[in-house]
Design a protein around this ligand. Structure first.
Ligand code: FES
Length: 143
């Protein structure tokens, strides 16, 4: 299996590992098939994502994609953050082996779940954001 240099870098030196106290939104998703779990924390001020952190009990590809995804959403507004799809994250990492593509969905879904949580707490509707699933194995349309 071949991993790009960027994937290796984000796996060996993951960015944004940790938690945010009093986060604006927290998202937790898992994948029942592999048993991996991802938790994403967002700090949102005036509609801008000021900070993003994650904790994972997941494989290397899940770590690398979450590291990159949290990097990409920082400084973005919510609509821009929704464009940070698993495809966008994979592109930013110069690709993932096909059998690891589903791992990138964990990052995307946890991010969406955190945005959903933020919207719920603030009584707002985020256009284009669907209610997240807790188990991404229920999603089969991502690849
Ligand atoms: Fe489960 Fe990668 S094998 S997220």
């Amino acid at each position: 299996m071949e991993y790009s240099e960027k994937v290796m870098d984000h796996f060996m030196n993951p960015r944004n590992i940790g938690e945010i106290e009093d986060a604006s939104g927290v998202g937790l998703v898992g994948n029942a098939k592999c048993g991996d779990i991802m938790k994403v924390y967002l700090q949102i001020e005036d509609g801008i994502i000021k900070d993003a952190k994650f904790r994972t009990f997941g494989c290397g590809a899940a770590v690398a994609t979450s590291s990159m995804a949290t990097e990409l959403v920082k400084g973005k507004n919510i609509q821009e953050a929704l464009q940070v799809t698993n495809k966008a994250v994979m592109e930013a990492l110069d690709g993932l082996p096909p059998v690891k593509v589903h791992c990138s969905c964990l990052a995307e879904e946890a991010l969406h779940a955190a945005l959903w949580d933020y919207a719920k707490k603030n009584n707002i509707v985020i256009e284009g954001l669907k209610e997240p699933v807790q188990d991404i194995d229920e999603l089969h349309h991502h690849q």
